[in-house]
Design a protein around this ligand. Structure first.
Ligand SMILES: NC(=O)c1ccc[n+]([C@@H]2O[C@H](COP(=O)([O-])OP(=O)(O)OC[C@H]3O[C@@H](n4cnc5c(N)ncnc54)[C@H](OP(=O)(O)O)[C@@H]3O)[C@@H](O)[C@H]2O)c1
Length: 229
């Protein structure tokens, strides 16, 4: 079995480096998927909610058609295509707003910002599903045990805006910063991002026969172990 977690994930920089994003997120994935088919190796690969444009205004299911808005999303979409059409056996998981240990996550960044700024502006119209690495791994392993294959949405349950997520963390940690909701248009960026890219994980919950925890529960467990600032 190969579990491919590698990706080019610099969403804004990808707008200037579409060839590199395509090499890592699509061409390399195609090579891995072809190798897996030829050697009869089961492939697990991760994709993103950014394959969707956010125009649905409701939770995305596995049956919805991708329509990525930015270079990163297009390259991830091409990677999905490569896995699906390879002819090999695979599990393809779309996930979103992943948080875990290390500095590359929203919770860590929020704590850094709150130390320097009395007021934090967080987007209220940017909505997806915060997903913990612990649950991502746990559900990946359960899916393997169940012998699943195909495409699934693997996120924690329910959804939130960045503002709601940030407020939840701030309340849990009793941060003193004031958090105010702002529109995403307040932060112009190189890459256009979907407004509502939250996905439903119901299909996966049914297949594995286990409830996937709410993102708030995942945040609670994460903060219990998180080094105090
Ligand atoms: N983070 C999110 O919110 C999120 C949301 C949706 C989907 N995903 C997907 O989840 C997966 C994991 O992403 P992540 O956010 O966890 O990113 P990450 O922590 O930055 O991990 C990406 C890994 O890819 C490796 N990598 C990059 N280019 C490579 C190359 N050319 N050859 C070999 N390895 C290379 C990196 O290695 P180095 O550390 O050595 O550079 C890094 O270990 C990706 O498929 C991503 O698209 C993530």
């Amino acid at each position: 079995m190969i579990i491919n977690c590698a990706a080019y994930n610099a969403v804004d920089l990808a707008e200037q480096q579409p060839e590199i994003a395509a090499l890592i997120n699509a061409a390399a994935v195609k090579n891995i998927a072809t190798l897996c088919r030829d050697k009869n190796i089961f492939l697990i690969h991760y994709s993103s909610d950014y394959v969707f444009d956010g125009a649905k205004g409701n939770l995305y299911t596995e049956h919805d058609t991708p329509n990525p808005l930015n270079v990163y999303g297009k390259s991830k979409c091409a990677g999905e295509e490569a896995v699906i059409t390879s002819g090999g056996n695979f599990l393809l998981f779309r996930t979103s707003w992943v948080f875990g240990n290390g500095p590359q996550n929203f919770i860590h960044k929020m704590l850094q910002w709150s130390q320097k700024n009395p007021v934090l502006k967080l987007t209220a119209d940017e909505v997806s599903v915060p997903t913990s690495t612990i649950d991502l791994v746990d559900i990946t392993l359960r899916s393997i045990d169940k012998g699943l294959s195909g495409l699934y949405h693997l996120t924690n349950s329910d959804y939130a805006s960045r503002y709601e997520w940030g407020r939840y963390v701030a309340k849990k940690l009793s941060l003193r910063s004031t958090i105010i909701p702002v529109p995403m248009s307040m932060f112009p960026s190189a890459a256009q991002r979907p407004l509502f890219s939250a996905m439903t994980n119901l299909q996966l919950q049914e297949e594995i026969g286990t409830a996937i925890p709410d993102w708030r529960d995942a945040v609670d467990r994460f903060l219990l172990e998180y080094p105090q600032q």
